[in-house]
Ligand binder design. Structure first.
Ligand code: UDX
Ligand code: ADP
Length: 465
């Protein structure tokens, strides 16, 4: 192909946390472009089409307004995957790629079955020339797999000649701030070999992204940059959490340390918040991908180096559950513990890899009675994540409607997500209904510790000696 290719219609396979918000912002910024998001999951598509915008399947501040502006105009949600592929000049692959749970590479490699299935579907249903954009986080060299599957379908068909170009266009949005991240990205990365396809995608972003922020690389660099960016970010969190543990053992305060080191412009102040460890769909998965890749290429020291970031994250979570048990006189059997926050970070309903899973799991194992409150996570999701239904007795959990109900009769409050409302809790009111002596374990250092102490609670804050 040579010359300029104008894109009029795009399709995105996968209506999840990445596909939904990304396509909504593209539709919003490119009114001349028809954007169709497709998914196999009928319930999910129905929720995207819900008249009540508060029912969208992804909770993301500002998303409802963007969807409200474009839906039905140039943004559509559908389960007609083949029809949308056939109509599109460009197809984004935004399907899930979780870590494999069994077989070769179990626990580290990504499960590419959904990528492969969607690539095969594109191969079969596409018409004319189609640009295929890899949007999910994938191990390096996945674009080659997609290219091979599509290549086998290229050639003359009754509907005309079929051909493909594959691009890698990794997503750097963070959940909870997705709309802002998409509207003003630090950079957009486009990896590919076909200059016409690269420029066609760049032209879409040019509607709102300054040209100097659109970076072009080869496919492998693009794929590897995504893994590396997430590995570096996650490494900062494990680094600060390791120092938090040292601060707790000494007279230091990790927030003072973070401020002091963050003032060094070479280090920078972001991503230095100590907490219960990182969660989310990307960090652990991407580092494990990197580890798998390094082992594959015989770089075992490099693999060990990055694996330590993930190991420290798990350690931090077990450390927190262990210290809760220790402070509650070595046993939590039958004790009520209020858990505030279940999502992996504030402003999202996503619970993938949330620290709450491991920490609550440990406490359930110890026989605790957890009263869990989260403003956006459903009880059904908690049941899936905890691997057990709500119940009464020992080693059980239930979802409660507000923090006051959670702490009633509890020996401790454990804060796991930094929802803003937890910074504004009335500790006099809460402490009055708890069983004394009672504890606040603030895993995010978000609560008003002074007020909690004044209300008679014993307080532990992550990283405070
Ligand atoms: C991340 C990357 O930021 C994003 O660029 C990529 O596209 C996907 O993965 P996300 O997982 O949505 O985004 O959220 P992020 O804000 O990066 O937070 C990840 C985890 O790290 C959360 O559990 C968060 O609570 C934790 N975190 C973050 C900390 O514990 N401390 C910090 O200072 C920052
Ligand atoms: P992400 O955070 O990467 O967006 P999600 O799991 O939220 O991940 O979304 C991925 C979506 O992709 C899911 O809704 C899933 O149903 C959808 N999906 C997976 N495979 C296919 C496929 N072959 N065709 C259409 N949709 C698919």
């Amino acid at each position: 192909m040579s010359g300029v290719m104008e894109i009029r219609s795009i399709c995105c396979i996968g209506a999840g946390y990445v596909g939904g918000p990304t396509m909504a912002v593209i539709a919003d910024r490119c009114p001349g472009l028809q954007v169709t998001v497709v998914d196999l999951n009928q319930a999910r598509i129905d929720a995207w089409n819900a008249a009540d915008l508060s029912q969208l399947p992804v909770y993301e501040p500002g998303l409802d307004a963007v969807v409200g502006r474009c839906r039905g105009r140039n943004l559509h949600f559908s389960t007609d995957v083949d029809g949308a592929i056939a109509a599109a000049d460009m197809v984004f692959l935004s399907v899930n790629t979780p870590t494999k749970t069994k077989g070769i590479g179990a626990g580290q490699a990504s499960d590419l079955r959904w990528i492969e299935a969607s690539a095969r579907q594109v191969a079969a249903a596409a018409r004319g020339h189609t640009i295929v954009v890899e949007k999910s986080t994938l191990p390096v060299r996945t674009a080659a797999v997609i290219q091979t599957i599509l290549g086998a379908a290229e050639g003359d068909t009754p509907a005309g000649r079929k051909s493909f170009s594959v691009l890698s266009n990794p997503e750097f949005l963070a959940e909870g701030t997705a709309i802002g991240d998409l509207e003003a990205p630090d950079r957009v990365l486009i990896g590919g070999e076909d200059p016409v396809a690269i420029e066609a995608l760049a032209a879409i972003y040019s509607h709102w992204v300054p040209p100097e922020c659109i970076l072009r690389t080869n496919v492998w660099s693009s794929e590897l940059s995504k893994l590396t960016a997430n590995a570096f970010l996650a490494q900062r969190i494990s680094s600060i959490n390791s120092i938090a543990a040292l601060c707790e053992a000494t007279e230091a305060d990790v927030r003072e340390v973070a401020r002091a080191i963050g003032a060094d412009s070479r280090i920078g102040s972001k991503f230095l918040k100590a907490g219960p460890g990182f969660g989310g769909s990307c960090f652990q998965k991407d580092i494990l991908n990197l580890v798998y890749l390094c082992r594959h290429y015989g770089l075992s020291e490099v693999a060990d180096y990055w694996e330590a970031v993930v190991n420290l994250n798990a350690w931090q979570q077990h450390r927190i559950s262990a210290l809760v048990v220790r402070q509650l006189f070595g046993t939590v059997t039958g004790k009520r513990i209020a858990v505030l926050g279940f999502a992996f970070k504030a402003d999202t309903n996503d619970t993938r890899e949330t620290p709450a899973i491991r920490i609550c799991g440990d406490l359930l194992e110890e026989g605790a009675q957890l009263a869990i409150f989260d403003p956006k996570v459903s009880a059904e999701q908690m049941a899936l994540d905890l691997g057990q239904q709500p119940g009464q007795g020992e080693g059980v959990w239930q979802k409660v409607a507000d923090p006051l109900e959670a702490v009633r009769g509890a020996d401790a409050v454990l804060v796991l997500t930094e929802w803003q409302q937890f910074a504004e809790l009335d500790w006099q009111q809460l402490a009055a209904v708890m069983r004394q002596p009672a504890w606040l374990f603030d895993g995010r250092a978000i609560c008003d510790a002074g007020a909690a102490r004044a209300a008679g609670l014993k307080v532990w804050r992550v990283g405070e000696g």
